[in-house]
Design a protein around this ligand. Sequence first.
Ligand code: ADP
Length: 358
Amino acid sequence: MATFRKIGILTSGGDAPGMNACIKAAVNKAYALGIEVVGIRGGYAGLMNGDLVPLTQQSVSNIIGEGGTFLYSSRCPEFATEEGMRIAVESCKKHQIDALICIGGDGTFRGATDMTFHGVPSIGLPGTIDNDITATDYTIGLDTSINTTVKMIDCLRDTCESHARLNVVEVMGRHCGQIALYAAIASGAVAVAIPEKPFDEAAVIEKIRMLRKNGKRSMILVVAEGMVNPDGTPYSETLVQHLKEQAGIDARFARFAHVVRGGQPTVRDRTTASDMASRAVELLVQGKSNVVMCELDGEICAVDIAFALVADRMYKNKLKEGDLDRFTPEQIEQMKALIEKRKREIDRLYQVAADVGF
Ligand code: ADP
């Protein structure tokens, strides 16, 4: 069994509510096992610069309910170079960091796998509001962000009802429509537009016209940020113009953007974060690394990072030459099954939104 004296923990890429809960859980679990933890500030940039802070049970004692990440985050392209990697590995040696826990999205996991390859065993935790990691059913931050989104739409609904308005709401999610789907269902949106599905604008405008004719005053239309025009500009704004011009509707526009990345994490996010982080420490102590913690059918498990990254590329139809060579036929079948599962989830949520949206 490998022994670690010190684990480094960092948050990287886009922040997500629940990252602090990960940090607290990892620290407490590590100390229970007699291991020290050092916080690395500002993601991989902090690792390269040696921007470190010792973490104790005392120093993380009240952070579980705080949004953002108290270790800060950043994007650091220099780290992804050979020279950057060399500096990061040297930094680990210098500060006697024996292993890393890297919280973030797919970019962060690439960094974790590179560090493992260069001799610093690392484990990834999925911290992103987008729920766009194919290997896991759930990513830390989704629940908080959809709850914040729906609270904000509820506020818009009040004023839309007063003034008989329609509000187009653009929500985050990068290329994934999950935030939009949950938000649309839970806020009673008349329609939802996501990148995974064709959007029949003419039919939606007709539906809105009919609803208005029948006396419906307030209407919400949710658009995922991944919906873009052919020139890459946001489709949400185009849709507002079309609604005004073609349906004569008093349509307003709201982009929630980064506001739904903040706020106190929900119980779901705090719990999943705690569970995944604690397991990650256990696995590192057992000598396991180069995995990302995932939730599959309600169970927390560890999935090989290479598998997770290639499954993502398969889902996005972005497989590179040779990507599948190192996997067994069974593993490739597992990836395909995961992709089917993700598609089924989107289909199911989309159908609910279509059936109940009014
Ligand atoms: P996220 O982790 O949320 O997907 P990014 O894609 O911006 O966010 O990645 C976060 C950081 O991870 C990057 O700034 C970089 O430091 C590191 N990273 C991204 N891609 C790679 C890569 N191919 N190899 C090593 N490190 C990477």
